[in-house]
Design a protein around this ligand. Structure first.
Ligand code: SAH
Ligand code: SF4
Length: 408
């Protein structure tokens, strides 16, 4: 089912705008907002009123906050943005259980968030999980990922990260429902925008702002070792998920190009240390790609790599994306892989993809909007993926350079 609610202009028709330099209210520290009022000889409690409107009301703009005098609303609007999202298109799938949102930001950058509803089952209460983006595009360039093909546009501001959450929360509130989980598994590499991601997580956890327990937030990384180490030094902030995809360097070089900078053993060592210091179990993600990373040897290598760790492995059938020569591993192959890991004592689940027909692996709607690349570009990309993965499967390490700005 496809149900566009607030349609965006078709690709190519979006007016290119400069970035709006007014900070988004959701990204402000409460003390900074209070200081803004005090500096204007206004009572500091007005800041609380504004924050309540941002975090606890259905208001979509500052004009929907009647408790503020009109002149103050104008002053706030001159200085800040109530919402950093310019417009949003929603598509529903899975009979309404998956809602994919494509948000357009002030400069025209497109980012995606996906809201997934899980009905109550047995003793488990219903859950509403939002998958959000941390960057517009991504520089890491994993070949099975639609965002990776788009390349990097820019980091998201803290408010741009949080406004994806506010939008979903407002939609849920219409039916009296609340968001229960937030996962940073949308577009972008969160640990390459770590300052803004940490500020966003702090706002989510703050009981005076969003008030979501840190245990209900998961951040997924493709393996930025210095970022993991920085998180370890900070102590538990959220659940950390690591996108592993392959336990052996040659194949991981091809599947997660960042591996050429931080090899898999270093990534797992950093993750293990994070688990030891924070006491929080690491989740490893493996996107299962038919004939590429799903063999018995791959399962054995993964079991050896994680032997003795208090870890959890999530196997995710690859979502079909345009311009790759690959497909998901067949389910019996995934089940066999899972059984092999479990036999080694590694807790393993198979995650079934949500919203496949609307491309729930983030980046696919944005890629659609970006328009179809030329046929020679697509052919060159496929040829490179085939060449690099064939070399990887022969056990050769990659000699290709990383995209600039990644792993510096
Ligand atoms: N950049 C971070 C977080 C965003 S990607 C990371 O890579 O971890 C979130 C997850 O979606 C990652 O585990 C990624 O490997 C997975 N993913 C990307 N494209 C996919 C696809 N086509 N099918 C299945 N999973 C995919
Ligand atoms: Fe970036 Fe993650 Fe996609 Fe890799 S899988 S390109 S790291 S968003």
């Amino acid at each position: 089912m496809t149900l566009p609610i607030l349609p965006l202009a078709p690709a190519g028709q979006a007016p290119a705008r400069g970035r709006d330099s007014r900070p988004g209210l959701a990204g402000l520290e409460p003390s900074d907002l209070t200081a803004w009022f005090v500096a204007r000889d206004l009572p500091g409690w007005r800041a609380r009123q504004v924050l309540d409107a941002v975090w606890r009301s259905a208001a979509a703009s500052i004009d929907d906050v009647p408790t503020l005098p009109a002149a103050l609303r104008r002053a706030i609007d001159d200085a800040f943005r109530f919402d950093t999202v310019r417009d949003t298109e929603i598509r529903l799938s899975d009979g309404g259980l998956t809602e994919k949102a494509l948000h357009r930001l002030s400069d025209g950058a497109l980012v995606e968030s996906v809201l997934m509803h899980y009905p109550a089952r047995g003793r488990q209460r219903e859950r509403h999980t939002l998958c959000i983006s941390s960057q517009a595009g991504c520089a890491v360039g994993c070949p099975f990922c639609a965002t990776g093909e788009l390349g990097f546009t820019r980091d998201l501001e803290t408010a741009e990260i949080l406004d994806q959450v506010r939008h979903a929360a407002r939609r849920l509130a219409i039916d009296g429902r609340r968001l229960t989980n937030v996962v940073f598994m949308g577009m972008g590499e969160p640990l390459l925008n770590l300052d803004n991601v940490l500020a966003a997580v702090a706002a989510l956890a703050d009981p005076t702002r969003f008030g979501l327990g840190a245990r209900h937030v998961t951040v997924s990384t493709s393996g930025v070792v210095p970022g993991i180490e920085r998180l370890t030094a900070l102590g538990p902030q959220f659940t950390l998920a690591v996108s592993l995809h392959a336990a052996r360097d040659p194949l991981r070089d091809a599947l997660v190009p960042l591996n050429r900078r931080w090899p898999v053993a270093d990534v797992v060592r950093a993750a293990r240390e994070h688990a030891r210091v924070t006491g929080r179990r690491i989740t490893y993600e493996v996107t299962m790609i038919g004939g590429i990373n799903d063999t018995d040897d791959d399962a054995a290598a993964l079991a050896t790599l994680l032997a003795g760790d208090h870890a959890h492995v999530n196997l995710i059938p690859m979502n079909p994306v345009a311009h790759t020569p690959w497909q998901a591993s067949p389910m019996p192959v995934i089940e066999r892989f899972a059984a092999r890991l479990r036999a080694s004592g590694i807790s393993t689940t198979i995650r079934r993809n949500r919203g496949q027909e609307i491309g729930a692996a983030c980046g696919q709607l944005a890629a659609e909007r970006a328009g179809e690349p030329t046929a020679p570009t697509v052919a060159r990309r496929r040829e490179r993926i085939v060449r690099e993965s064939a070399a990887a499967l022969r056990g050769e390490r990659s000699r290709e350079p990383l995209a600039s700005g990644v792993g510096d």
